[in-house]
Design a protein around this ligand. Structure first.
Ligand code: FMN
Length: 344
């Protein structure tokens, strides 16, 4: 666990493309990813052990769960603990929630300070993403998350602050980005309030943008609006990562065909089976064997023990492995792992 992710800041890599048109690798700023499939930021799920498993199965980049910039800026211990970037072999970015440029810069300054002193594992952060998608009541009530989309001046200054910070930071951060929903509600989504933010992100020099193709009023079972990812792609001069309802290779191919997106962010399908990443890359089944589940469960538990991973993650993954084991043993149908959506 000592190397840093492969980076090529100055050169343009040769892009190999699979027969179906999905690139095998993906360049995001100075990061060369070995896969265009990214593990989503997942609260209560994306801890270090789970990120390693997803990476080994074929995720090109992984994220911590959302971390509040305010808590970091105040050096709140439980907030700092969320930056569990101990594993230098696994390309990992942190995702921050903020409503103000100064707060963001204070938070990033704390990370730089601690990386140089007591928390050297902060040096493993290779990307920073800003969350403008979380629809939780407590988030939108403070004007954060998708409530920020209509505060264009404020958004512009936050995005600019992040892009400028990247050029001067002492951390080895190679890519900065933001993750957007389509708006607060159907009306905002219809008015495409997210598009000026896509343009602003491109304009200030972010390296890529992720579109979660739902507005904040939509439930996760409502089909993602993939045409919005295509709309973002048309106005963006930086790579666009499509998110929403990608559960298998065939979904990714359809989303790529419909939107032209450059990469894919995978959330619930990875919770259902971290082995989905090998299926997405055309290298195996998302249904693991009994031996595979047992081996990965043991490895996860050993990592969690060594890193003193919080109980909330361990409980979530114990449930997940137990469910995968029942499926692998044929006690329940494997079809439960592939949620139906309207893109079939
Ligand atoms: C359990 C869970 C936790 C999540 N936590 C975060 C988070 O911390 N930050 C974030 O931007 N999105 C979070 N999301 C949203 C996902 O990253 C993703 O945008 C959404 O689930 C749509 O993707 P999917 O259709 O592949 O599931 C979370 C989703 C789930 C199901």
């Amino acid at each position: 666990m000592t190397t840093t992710p492969t980076t090529t800041p100055m050169t343009t890599p040769t892009t190999t493309t699979t027969p179906t048109g999905i690139p095998a690798t993906l360049q995001l700023g100075g990061l060369t990813l070995q896969s265009p499939f990214l593990l989503a930021p997942l609260e209560g799920v994306s801890d270090a052990g789970f990120r390693r498993l997803c990476f080994e199965q074929g995720a090109g980049l992984t994220w911590t769960e959302m971390i509040r910039a305010r808590g970091l800026a105040k050096r709140n211990k439980s907030t700092l603990d969320l930056v569990d970037t101990f594993d230098a072999d696994v390309p990992t970015g942190i995702q921050l929630l903020t409503t103000a440029p100064n707060e963001l810069l204070d938070a990033l300054g704390v990370i730089e300070d601690l990386a140089a002193t007591t928390h050297p594992h902060f040096k493993n952060i290779c990307a920073v993403d800003l969350n403008f998608g979380c629809p939780s009541k407590d988030i939108v009530q403070i004007g954060a998350g998708p409530a920020m989309l209509k505060r264009r001046g404020r958004m512009q200054s936050i995005l600019q602050a992040l892009a400028t910070w990247k050029t001067t930071t002492t951390l080895p951060v190679k890519a900065v980005s933001c993750k957007l929903r389509l708006g607060m509600n159907a009306r905002e989504a219809e008015h495409q309030v997210f598009l000026p933010i896509v343009e602003a992100a491109s304009g200030v020099g972010l390296d890529f943008i992720t579109i979660h193709a739902r507005h904040a009023g939509m439930r996760s079972r409502d089909p993602a609006v993939w045409s919005a990812i295509g709309a973002a792609k048309r106005v963006s001069s930086i790579p666009v990562i499509g998110n929403g309802d990608v559960t298998c290779r065939a979904d990714a191919e359809r989303l790529r065909q419909q939107s032209g997106c450059d990469g894919f962010l995978i959330a619930r399908a990875a919770i259902n089976s971290p082995f989905v990443f090998r299926e997405l890359r055309g290298r195996g089944s998302l249904l693991p064997t009994v031996d595979e589940v047992q081996r990965e469960r043991t490895r996860y538990e050993e990592t969690a023990e060594a890193l003193q991973t919080k109980e909330k993650y361990r409980i979530a993954h114990a449930d997940g492995f137990a469910r995968l084991l029942r499926i692998a043993r044929g006690e329940v149908g494997g079809a439960v792992m592939v949620p139906k959506n309207s893109h079939m």
